[in-house]
Design a protein around this ligand. Structure first.
Ligand code: PLP
Length: 452
């Protein structure tokens, strides 16, 4: 074996064995040392082992330790070891899964993994899916299919004729819509500022009784798993209200959709299967390595029509295994390999257990912080906790001090006008001890800053 491969494997193992022992955010010395990675491109090449050694020496200390168990920023998973190992093997295969003929194994594993996801999330069996880089592109892909279908119904072929002469499309979103959905809407020429924003309740859920009556080409963007509160829109009620007039219902379920794998939580995220398209991440709650997202569309003809590239003489005409027919991309890495490995390793019960464990940790954070006299702003239904330490200025100071202190890492947000710290428990690696250590650090840091 080339020495650089075994060397990198040894270094990776060492990194992962120690990632739980170090501070979570890198220190300023490690960040300053990154300057050594810059400089001009060398005239002559260097030894592979030296390249890897420098990468590890300078790069590893400047990482954010999100592969460990005490990173609670944004919504970030850690790579499950089995998924990382599969990713290494897939990397060595270096398969391009644009077409089945380019990678029978990559193509097969994508289809199997997509089928398993559709099954565990109880999405309609007729829906077709694809792997993309993440939920942003999944939203884009699903909404392109939506745009195709709502315009096709009024006789406009948007893929060939474009948007300039297209009938107007109404896009309804909740006031808590994720920015990635708005980005998809703008990329699709639907106009980010033309969306109709609907009011939400105090937990961020769209209010069904505020839905206007819809007619003509209409797309309704719902959300399952709000990044601040973890709550979900009532997708069943929304679908039943707008489907009779032919509207398309999309679900942005980046992490929240995964809660459906837990039998105890199904009811909380009920009715999602009545929508028309779903976007989700695998690099968040499924804990596969970055980057990995998936999209499913009930009407697979709409998806294929929206993604159609037109003929090219050197490309065989597409079959089921040619996933480039289902995504905006052509060449892609074999994301299905990591996902297949993670799902097979966890099984249904392991997946449910992962979700429940994260939700239980979130509950523990909320209970401990409440007991310490701090204010939890949301109903902790899922894996997200919002906490205020006092005034907005005090909360901001506490967040910054917690990040500096290094035991754990949390970011901030503004929830209904109040500054809050966000705790997102999304990693397989988080243990109860990690939660206790983190809470202890949070309370200690906050008490130093908050006068009694
Ligand atoms: C994370 C997230 C996104 C964006 O996903 P990426 O994987 O970063 O592209 C969109 N919507 C919601 C609700 C999210 O949590």
């Amino acid at each position: 074996m080339s020495n650089e491969l075994s060397d990198a494997a040894r270094r990776a193992q060492h990194y992962l064995e120690n990632v739980g022992k170090r501070r979570v955010a890198p220190d300023s010395i490690s960040i300053r040392a990154l300057d050594e990675l810059s400089g001009p491109l060398p005239e002559t090449g260097e030894e592979a082992e030296l390249v890897i050694a420098d990468l590890d020496r300078l790069g590893s200390p400047a990482t954010v330790a999100s592969a460990g168990g005490r990173y609670f920023g944004f919504v970030v998973g850690s790579g499950l070891p089995v998924a990382l190992a599969a990713n290494w093997l897939a990397g060595s295969w270096n398969q391009n899964v644009a077409m089945e003929v380019m990678s029978p194994v990559g193509s097969r594993l994508e289809r199997v993994a997509l089928g398993w996801i559709r099954d565990v999330l109880a999405l309609p069996s007729e829906s077709q899916g694809a792997f993309v880089t993440g939920d942003t592109l999944a939203n884009f892909t699903a909404l392109a299919a939506a745009r195709h279908e709502v315009l096709r119904k009024v006789g406009h072929d948007v893929e060939s004729q474009g948007m300039s002469r297209a009938p107007s499309v109404t896009v309804l979103v909740g006031n808590e819509v994720h920015v990635s959905v708005l980005r998809a809407i703008s990329l699709l020429g639907l106009g980010r500022d033309r969306v109709v924003r609907l009011p939400v309740d105090e937990q961020g859920r769209m209010q069904v009784d505020q839905l206007p009556s819809v007619s003509g080409p209409t797309i309704v963007c719902t959300q399952v798993g709000n990044v601040n509160t973890g709550t979900s829109d009532p997708v069943r009620e929304i679908s039943r209200r707008v489907h009779p007039s032919g509207a398309w219902v999309h679900v942005d379920g980046a992490f929240g959709l995964w809660a459906r794998v837990s039998p105890g939580r199904r009811a909380q995220i009920d009715g999602v299967e009545e929508a028309d398209s779903w976007a989700l991440d695998c690099h968040k709650w499924l804990n596969v390595p970055y980057d990995s997202g998936a999209v499913f569309v009930r009407n697979s003809d709409a998806l294929r029509a929206a993604m159609a590239a037109g003929p090219a003489a050197y490309l065989p005409s597409g079959g089921e295994g040619d996933r480039m027919e289902f995504t905006p991309e052509m060449s892609r890495r074999a994301r299905g390999v990591d996902v297949w490995a993670a799902l097979r390793y966890l099984g249904r019960s392991g997946l449910a257990d992962l979700v429940e464990r994260c939700c239980g940790h979130a509950r523990l954070f909320a209970d401990r912080l409440t007991a310490a006299g701090f204010h939890v702003l949301n109903d902790v239904e899922l894996n997200q906790v919002l906490v205020s330490f006092g005034s907005d200025a005090v909360t901001r100071a506490v967040i910054s001090a917690i990040q500096q202190e290094g035991t754990c890492w949390c970011g901030g947000t503004v929830w209904h006008g109040t500054t809050a710290m966000r705790i997102s428990v999304s990693s397989w690696a988080t243990t109860e001890t990690d939660v206790e250590r983190s809470v202890e650090a949070m309370i200690r840091v906050a008490k130093e800053l908050v006068p009694d």
